[in-house]
Design a protein around this ligand. Structure first.
Ligand code: SF4
Length: 686
């Protein structure tokens, strides 16, 4: 199947579709993607909202894969975009007669594990009418992988956790359900696909496996040499998260719970084993029961107690006199000292004993029973290794910290790599023939430097980059009223929230709500929400406050209900698509600079300082500009959308760096005025 350079033209096949619009940027981007795939380059393509970038990379990728017989992997940040490609964009191409095979591969936990289902069924044997059994049976009845995954999505969370597929628990070829397993049916489908659609997290899981097995072997994904990364601006954060280490009481309890859950109905693999041994008595069985009852089950309790104590002491010691902070950096000298040492020793020893006892049990079991427990043994070993790594805190390529979690979940001990560029460069970019990074926000002031540095291809190296910026086709000059409030106090001023709330009523009256108010901190969001209620604004408008309901519910209600105002932080600055009149105002309360004391930001900036690089100009500023662009980008999603962007942080006009923010937005006039004047002008403008 050859690439048709007329495909996107008014005379080309795409024009047959209802609602077709010719977009020059889309045509150019598609040609560029085709050239990069064919010539084998690294491409960096920024495509503004409305360019139609999904089709602009899908169509050439499909043509390339079909004509060359070489698979193209497309990676997105979210499952939502994976599904959008499959359900919206790919059907468009099918409709036009393009024939190809595309398969979505999701992370392990999106599929049920047949082996774990069977184990749970056995444990539930005595509860014939239980709701859980009914749910399991329904899953087993499904005929296709897509039916199974769809049904699995709506399975109750507590059951899901007990039966979801997990990479390190999977027996792979040794599993008797291997041929029916949805994970591996999906993988086999992907092997024969032209296009494989994944998310960044899974892509990195594949990269990690390939480091061990080599690039020429199937790993999590089938062998591939061509890659398109959409929402590519997330790849650094996802890689930082993926290559990091976390240890919490929750992780320990989850592991112990898989083996044995003593409360309520006894559950877990050891409970199942115990049940079988009691049901069919034998001499060997009695010995095993003794090991279970006198060694392993009491030891599981000891690990739990030791873990509770360890995390409590950790929190107490490290957060001493630090009531104002939820994060403490751990020095490279490590934590093996003082009062903590005793609880650590106890916790560590309890884990090692558990490991030894489990090894012993496995050696006495029939191979098929032992095989089921072996992955849990590996998990215990991984916990021991992570615990040592975190306590020593000696690897200077990492930053270590302890963070308090919300809602009584205790604290989590964490480490993250300070830089991931080298990993991405060596283990991904050096391995593929072509890689295209695309997003609506890759550049700062029309420069890809920040993004290049983040993925390990800084300008100093001799990379054959193929770059382009395709501006949004929307008419921002006429579609957006961009205002900066010159009389807002700084966000640190105690009156900031009060002044904001005082002016909200007249502003919201213009658009009858339909506003996003974007914050950079939960504290400010909560304070504003409280004042809104104290002033009775919630009687006039329907306030949806992050933290008070699930994110998806907030978005559904925002779209469906009248006079809504959404108060959101981080996750609402991007990836939210509310087209049309439903969203008419976006208020940016503060320029979204990272908090300099946040562990990864602090470590990256310190490393830059040591290398003679200015961290503000080369890290904090570009990062904030990209996020600011995303936040503003929520407003205009189609060519008929109109609305107000109000920036409440006057540093954008008064500081020299402010121009980087303004110049990074699509061209439109900036109205720098007092709030009252803005209210009047906006009324006329609408
Ligand atoms: S192959 Fe792995 S994921 Fe699939 S059923 Fe077996 S153990 Fe579970």
């Amino acid at each position: 199947m050859n690439y048709d350079r007329n495909f996107f033209l008014p005379t080309g096949p795409l024009s047959q579709l209802e609602g077709y619009e010719y977009r020059e940027q889309q045509q150019k981007m598609a040609d560029q993607v085709m050239n990069i795939l064919t010539d084998g380059h690294i491409g960096l393509i920024e495509a503004g909202t409305g360019t139609g970038k999904s089709l602009a990379y899908l169509y050439p990728s499909i043509c390339f894969a079909k004509s060359k017989g070489e698979k193209v992997v497309i990676s997105t940040n979210t499952i939502n975009l994976q599904e959008q490609l499959l359900e919206k964009d790919i059907p468009v191409l099918f409709k036009l007669g393009t024939r190809f095979k595309a398969v979505v591969v999701k992370g392990w936990s999106n599929y049920p594990c047949w082996l774990r289902i069977k184990d749970l069924q056995e444990q539930l044997e005595d509860e014939k009418d239980s709701q859980e059994l009914a749910e399991l049976e329904k899953l087993l009845e499904q005929e296709s992988v897509s039916e199974v995954t769809k049904l699995f999505e709506s399975t109750a969370a507590d059951i899901k956790e007990q039966i979801q597929a997990e990479s390190d628990l999977c027996l792979r070829g040794k599993c008797s359900y291997f041929n029916q397993c949805p994970v591996f049916i999906n993988r086999r489908q992907a092997e024969t696909a032209d296009i494989v659609i994944v998310n960044h997290h899974l892509l990195l899981a594949d990269v990690a496996v390939r480091q061990a097995v080599g690039w020429e072997e199937n790993a999590v994904l089938p062998v591939y040499y061509h890659l398109v990364l959409d929402e590519a601006h997330h790849i650094e954060d996802i890689a930082t998260d993926y290559f990091g280490v976390q240890l919490s009481l929750l992780r320990i309890r989850r592991l112990l719970g898989f083996l044995y859950r003593p409360y309520g109905k006894n559950r877990g693999l050891l409970a199942g084993l115990r049940q079988n041994l009691s049901r069919y008595p034998s001499e060997e069985g009695d010995d095993l029961l003794e090991i279970l009852d006198w060694q392993l089950l009491p030891q599981l309790r000891m690990v739990d107690e030791a873990a509770v104590k360890y995390f409590a002491v950790l929190e107490e010691e490290l957060f001493q006199d630090r009531d104002d902070s939820d994060t403490v950096l751990i020095p490279y000298s490590g934590l093996e000292q003082g009062a903590l040492l005793e609880s650590y020793d106890r916790f560590f020893t309890s884990l090692v004993t558990l490991k030894t006892q489990l090894e012993n049990l496995i050696s006495l079991l029939e191979p098929d029973e032992g095989d089921k427990l072996t992955p849990y043994l590996k998990r215990i070993e991984a916990v021991i290794a992570d615990l040592e790594f975190l306590m020593e805190a000696a690897d200077r390529g990492f930053v270590y910290w302890l963070k308090k979690q919300q809602r009584q979940h205790g604290c989590v001990l964490q480490a993250a790599p300070i830089q991931v560029g080298e990993q991405l460069r060596e283990h991904l970019l050096f391995q593929v023939k072509s890689a295209i990074f695309t997003s609506a926000t890759l550049t700062v002031n029309n420069d890809f430097k920040y993004f290049c540095d983040s993925i390990g291809i800084g300008h100093s190296e001799n990379w054959d980059l193929n770059t382009a910026i395709y501006a949004s086709p929307f008419d921002y000059q006429n579609q957006v009223y961009l205002a900066v409030a010159r009389d807002m106090p700084s966000a640190e001023h105690p009156d900031f929230a009060a002044v904001l709330v005082e002016h909200l009523d007249p502003l919201l009256a213009v658009t009858q709500g339909r506003a996003f108010i974007l914050f950079t901190s939960y504290a400010m969001l909560r304070k504003t929400a409280q004042l809104v209620r104290e002033h009775g604004l919630d009687q006039k408008y329907n306030f949806l406050v992050q933290g008070e309901m699930p994110r998806t519910e907030m978005l559904d209600r925002f779209r469906d209900e009248a006079k809504t105002v959404l108060l959101g932080t981080d996750s609402f600055w991007e990836g939210v698509d509310v087209a049309g009149d439903a969203l008419s105002t976006v208020i940016i309360t503060k320029l979204p600079f990272k908090v300099p004391t946040e562990p990864i930001a602090a470590a990256r900036s310190e490393q830059m300082r040591l290398n003679g690089i200015n961290p503000f100009l080369n890290y904090f500023l570009p990062q904030a500009v990209l996020k600011f662009r995303q936040g503003c980008g929520r407003l205009i999603r189609t060519k008929t959308d109109r609305g107000l962007i109000l920036i409440c942080d006057k540093r954008i006009m008064e500081r020299s760096y402010g121009k980087f923010f303004i110049q990074s937005l699509p061209a439109c006039s900036v109205h720098y005025d007092k709030l009252q004047a803005i209210e009047q002008e906006v009324k006329l403008w609408f």
